[in-house]
Each structure stands twice: as C-alpha cells, then as structure tokens.
Design a protein around this ligand. Structure first.
Ligand code: UTP
Length: 581
C-alpha cells in the first residue's frame, strides 16, 4: 500500500493536483477522512483511481465527439419467447421453471439512492402494500422461504448494498430475524462510490475543500462483486445453475420468475432479459439484436442512444410507436436470468468489469463544460457486451404489469408522468398492480372477479380493489392457484388475504368485504360455500395536514392514503391439523 506521500505523488501524476488545494485550511480529522475516502475509492476500483481517470478521459472524449457506440449496427428484433398470455406455452414454461427452483439463486441489487422517490429510508423497507404492511424485503424473503419449503433447499439470496443502503439493509434484516431466512443463506455485497468528474480532462470534483464528490457507479458493480468475492464460483459449486437478478421495488417480479426460468431452460438461454411492451420515448432501454455484417449482439440499447440509432437505420422518425402503439422493441426492466456456467467463465475472464459509460449533461454546445459533475457508470444488463463465445442471449416478454411495476417516483413526478401517458411507477400504482396480478391468478383459476372503479389520488390514477394478497406460502405459480381455488367470486372494493395451505370452494366475497385466512405450516384449511359480507377494510385519503405531519409515516405519505380494518372475517390457524370453514 502506498504511504501518504506516495499516494499524493500518485494523485499528482494523474493530474489531480487540485484535490490537494485547500488542505491546509482543514483540520487533521477532515484531512484524514479525505484521504481515507480517496484510498477506498482507489482500492475498490479495478486498476485504482489511475485507471478510473484514464477510462473517464476516453469516454468523455467519445461523448464530446458525439460518437454513437452502435455506429454501423442495424437494430432487429431479438430472439424472443412471448409469454404475454396465459396459454399452453406459459404454463409449460412455468411448470418447467418450478421443477428447477432448486437450481436458482436470487441476486437483489439494492444500492440505489432512490432520489426520484425521495423516501428517507432504504427502499427495501417500504411496504409493497399497506393492508398487512409487507415490506419489499419481507416479501422477497417470503418467496424464498416458499421455494425452500418445496425443495428442502435454502435459496441463496445475494443483496448488493452501497454506502447509502448498507446500514439500513442490515438493520432491516437483523431486527426482523432475517424474515425467517437463515443468515447463512444471505450474502451481502457492498459496492463503493466512485469520484465524480468535473470536466473533459477527467479532473475529480470536490464538494468542498478536502471533500471528494462521490457518486454510485451503477448496478453493473454486481458482476464485479460476485467475482471478487468468489461468490459466483461458490454458488456454482453448490449446484446453482441460474442467477436471477432483481431490483429493490418490483413486487411483480416473482409472478414471472418461474416461467422466465422455464424459458431460459427450454431455449438454452445463457442470458435471458425479461422484457415488456415499451412506451415510445420512455426512459427505459430497448432490447434489440444489433447486426453489423457477420457481427451480432443482443443487448439493451439505452433510451438516449436508441432514438439516434433508429433514425440512422430503420426508423427515420426515431423512437416511435409500432402498429400496436408500442415501441418497436421490448423494454428492459432490469430483471435478468443468467446461466451460471457461462457467467462464471466470463467473470473469470473479465473480472466482472463491464462496459462503463458516461452521460454528462453539457452546459454549452461545444460540449466542454458540464451542468454538474458526472461519473462513470455501469449497468448490470450490459453483461452481453462481454460475450464473445457464441453465448445465447434472448428475451422473454411478459405482460408489463404482470412482471413489472416499481415504486420509483414521488407523488408529484408520478402524477406528471401519468398525465404525459407514461407509467407513473409510484407507491400507489405499485400496490394496486400487486393486487391486480393476484386478481389475475384468481380469475385464471375460475373465480369471478369484478373490478373496482379507477380512482385518482393526488393526480395518480389507479384501481384500488379487489385487494388480493396471495402469499407465496399459498401459491408460487399461477398453476398452484388453479389447484386451490374452485369457483366463487370477489367484487369491487373487497379484500382477500390467503396465507398457507388453503383451498377455497365457491367462496363469495361481496364488494367492500374483507376475508383473511392464515394457516401455519402443517395446517390445511378447506373453505366451502362461504359468503363473506362485512365492512372489510376502508381506504382513507390523507389530508394535506397528514401529508405535512411528522406523525404520518413516510410510507403512507408517498402513496397518499392509508388502510383501516373496519370489520374483517379473520381465521387464523396456528396449530398444524386439518380444518374446515
Ligand atoms: P434505479 O433505476 O431504481 O435507480 O435502480 P436508483 O439509483 O435506485 O434510484 P434513483 O435513480 O436515484 O431514483 C435500479 C436498481 O438498481 C439498484 C437500485 O437499488 C435498484 O434496485 N442500484 C442502482 C444499485 O444497486 N446500485 C446503483 O449504483 C444504482
């Protein structure tokens, strides 16, 4: 390790002399923290700050020249499995996936700040629904436990955190007994920040004298960390054949997980991107097969690169709608399934350092100055840029709301998006979509489901009910729901929560009513011909005083309402045995 003087010399040699200006004006503690910070960034980036600055200069020069990274390539449709409808293909894939869940590990990237949402805590702590207040982390853990109860094998759960989310994530796990998971199956990997860059010469930015401006390097760090920690190879040696990459606030992800796994296995995909119908111009990347002579690659083309690429090739009007009203290519939702064997080979070859990019916001036409410091970033979906040995890359397309509805935007921005015709991706819509997906499962199983009317809360339209929570212990796949539900109906603003080994035969839940059945492990409950008629749960809008009040929890403020149990039929079976209602 370089001593302080050598480290200072290194900084000077890479043209970062300015970082040392003003050090005389700060106390020893600040100075020490400054060097500790810089050293951490130096040691956690492959090749150190020297390499980071060198990479930044190259990428900034390319960006200044307006170089299109896909120059010469023509976008075409990717190899694609269409699972947008619940048909034989869908069920065959889901069945195959469920038969192979013992070979799956889940990788959750959760290092993001969530600046757009502006939630004060970690996003994983936010409840996906506020009837039972299940946090995203608790929900993800409950799926892993349900998978384990089928196979007897604990599902490895890798969570990537950052400086911003590490403490909060550990606290959530520890104060909740790891949500029933064994701490040994949970692997925390921590990504470090990278220095912000203030100009095209690669000079590192300072927030203040002796305070480096630092920013996240993006979720692509997960590949580097899975390699440098040795975890990818360890999981492979434990028989894991697929890694599923998911993000922090997508409660829909497990609806599609098992069918996507089945599609990967059936098609022999080494890399399977889950895609959705994309709205033209939307700030999500598009999944394309790019062809240039005999070279071809299937990957995510970011939205800022897509429009010029389309204009230069197949669509003179750029990123516009096709005849069905959607973008020409499926949208990327950062939900990936990667086969372990080729993945480990690539990590061993590349150390998991994947294509970096830079996206400075210029303040002048000559592209010489930035509005604010920028930084190099990586995205986990860029892994196929490293593929060279004929790895098979494909896309599996699902109905959008079935597989993706995240909580990314604060109320004001979500309302503006809704107004502009884009998905709002707010807490309220993520929650109502979570219920919607469960309603689809009931409908498919033959229950009559009457939708509630759409409402608008603080400018965000969504359909609140019927609110259906089918816990993973009740059903993992849609095929499981089919075996457990026989006839019956649920209407309007009703609520239904099912947890455990439960069978409903001809159960009728009238609009506004609430039915909750919870069966512990080993309890089997059969419900016959039940008619539920009560006052259920009520949705109560928050007043403007509530929205300002310190007493109102932030997870309610980001959705604009709360739920209150008024009169609910609740059956709890906490001892093993067979029961009838
Ligand atoms: P998002 O696009 O939601 O970005 O990241 P974000 O940084 O969390 O939120 P904004 O942009 O500040 O509003 C997609 C996923 O990638 C993770 C996030 O936690 C989320 O699960 N992520 C993002 C990381 O793990 N590390 C990063 O550096 C950035």
């Amino acid at each position: 390790m370089l001593n302080e003087q050598e480290f200072i010399e290194m900084l000077k040699n890479i043209d970062q002399q300015h970082l040392l200006d003003g050090l005389d004006s700060v106390d020893d503690e600040t100075k020490k923290a400054f060097f500790d910070d810089l050293r951490l960034m130096d040691s956690s980036y492959p090749g150190g700050l020297k390499q980071y600055v060198a990479n930044a200069k190259i990428l900034l020069a390319e960006s200044k020249a307006g170089k299109n990274p896909f120059n010469g390539y023509t976008p075409t449709q990717p190899d694609c499995v269409d699972l947008t409808a619940f048909n034989d293909d869908y069920f065959a894939c889901e069945k195959l996936g469920l038969e192979n869940i013992d070979k799956l590990a889940v990788v959750l990237v959760a290092g993001g700040l969530g600046e757009r949402l502006g939630y004060p805590g970690i996003k994983l702590d936010i409840p996906v629904e506020v009837i039972d207040n299940t946090s995203y982390l608790a929900y993800y853990a409950s799926v892993l436990l349900a998978m384990e109860s089928r196979t007897g094998k604990a599902v490895p759960f890798v969570i990537m955190v950052s400086r911003d989310t590490n403490a909060g994530t550990l606290k959530a796990l520890e104060t909740n007994g790891y949500f029933g998971l064994n701490p040994n199956q949970v692997y925390i990997l921590k990504q470090e920040l990278v220095p912000a860059i203030k100009d095209n010469e690669g000079h590192i930015a300072l927030d203040a004298p002796a305070k480096v401006a630092a920013k996240p390097h993006g979720h692509g760090d997960i590949h580097m960390l899975l390699h440098s920690s040795g975890l990818a190879n360890k999981l492979k040696s434990q028989g894991i054949k697929y890694l599923s990459f998911i993000q922090d606030t997508n409660g829909q992800v497990f609806n599609a997980m098992f069918a996507a796994l089945g599609a990967s296995i059936k098609e022999g995909y080494d890399f399977n991107s889950i895609g959705v119908n994309r709205v033209p111009g939307e700030a999500v990347g598009a999944l394309c097969k790019l062809i240039n002579g005999d070279k071809e690659m299937t990957l995510n083309v970011e939205y800022n690169v897509l429009d010029p690429l389309l204009k230069a090739t197949i669509s003179p009007d750029g990123d516009v709608a096709n005849e069905k009203g959607f973008s020409l290519f499926p949208g990327n939702i950062n939900f990936l399934l990667i086969a372990m064997e080729p993945y480990c080979n690539i990590l061993d070859k590349t150390k998991g350092i994947i294509a970096e990019f830079v996206n400075p916001k210029y303040s002048d036409d000559s592209r010489t100055s930035f509005k604010k410091p920028t930084r190099l970033e990586t995205m986990m979906q860029d892994l196929p840029k490293l593929f060279t040995d004929g790895q098979k890359v494909g896309v599996t397309v699902f109905d959008r709301v079935w597989c993706f509805s995240a909580d990314k935007n604060n109320i004001k921005d979500a309302a503006a998006k809704a107004k502009a015709g884009s998905p709002p991706e707010s807490a309220a819509t993520a929650e109502s979509d979570f219920f919607w997906a469960n309603r689809q499962k009931l409908s498919y199983a033959g229950m009559q489901v009457d939708e509630a009317d759409e409402v608008e809360i603080l400018g965000i339209p969504h359909t609140p009910g019927p609110r259906v929570l089918l816990r993973p212990s009740f059903a993992l796949g849609i095929v499981d729901v089919n075996q457990r539900i026989n006839g019956g109906s649920i209407a309007g603003d009703a609520t239904l929560i099912l947890e455990g080994d439960i069978y409903l035969n001809n159960v009728t839940i009238s609009s506004g009513s609430g039915l909750v059945i919870k069966a512990c492990q080993g309890a089997k409950v059969t419900v016959d011909n039940l008619q539920v008629d009560n006052d259920g749960y009520k949705q109560i809008m928050l007043s403007s005083d509530d929205l300002q009040s310190d007493n109102c929890p932030d997870y309610l403020k980001i959705r604009g309402y709360k739920m209150q149990a008024v009169d609910v039929a609740e059956y709890v079976f906490d001892k093993p045995g067979e029961y009838n209602i």
